[in-house]
Write a protein that binds this ligand. Structure first.
Ligand SMILES: Cc1cc2nc3c(=O)[nH]c(=O)nc-3n(C[C@H](O)[C@H](O)[C@H](O)COP(=O)(O)O)c2cc1C
Length: 185
């Protein structure tokens, strides 16, 4: 194989990545919604999820204020919504109202979930690490709900609920529902 030096943005080859939408309660008393594709599970025990949040985002202030959030796994149908939510700041716009986002109450946290998400994680902030322009939040998962019938032992049932993967800018992908079964060892 031949390789060429890549002079583009270094993280392009790490995309597309699953998009989540963070819902958090803000100092102004409103719920703010922010898409984030720089997210990953971190540990099983305890169950944790990390998300890198730019410290200039309003969501950063909201997470510092409330210390909790819901992390909503976006479905492919939510591409327009995710793009819009990521194009304005909650400092200027009440995004939930402006984009008529259907919210569902949570049990373990005050922040609501987003109806239509494939999964809704109710989380509290457990650790924070500043890296460059972002704060990496390690969220402790307190409760998980999934869209009925949409997740099985292998992950999302893609014929029922496909994931929203973020490429770059307005470009999103869905997952090819054809499973590649690796040979049994
Ligand atoms: C699909 C998508 C994924 C994004 N992922 C991230 C991310 O992982 N971390 C981040 O800080 N910003 C990310 N952004 C940008 C923020 O969502 C954007 O700056 C947003 O307007 C911040 O909103 P807020 O100021 O209301 O918190 C993403 C944007 C889009 C459209």
């Amino acid at each position: 194989m031949r390789y060429a030096e890549y002079r583009g943005v270094f993280y392009r080859p790490l995309h597309p990545r699953p998009t989540v939408i963070i819902a958090s309660l803000c100092p102004d008393g409103k719920v703010n919604l922010m898409p984030a594709s720089w997210n990953t599970p971190v540990s099983e025990e305890p169950p944790t999820i990390a998300v890198a949040v730019d410290r200039s985002a309003y969501t950063f202030q909201c997470l510092e204020h409330s210390g909790e959030a819901t992390i909503n796994v976006a479905a492919a149908e939510m591409a327009d919504l995710a793009y819009r939510l990521g194009s304005v700041s909650g400092r200027e716009v009440d995004k939930a109202k402006e984009f008529s986002v259907p919210l569902v109450p949570s049990e373990e946290v005050k922040a609501p979930g987003i109806d239509g998400s494939i999964a809704i994680y109710e989380c509290k902030v457990e650790q924070k690490i500043d890296v460059g322009e972002t704060r990496l939040y390690i969220f402790r998962v307190l409760r998980v709900r999934v869209l009925e019938g949409a997740v099985d032992e292998w992950g999302p049932v893609l014929s029922k609920a496909n994931l929203l993967l973020h490429g770059a800018g307005r470009a999103f992908y869905r997952v090819d529902p054809k499973i590649i079964w690796a040979k049994k060892r």
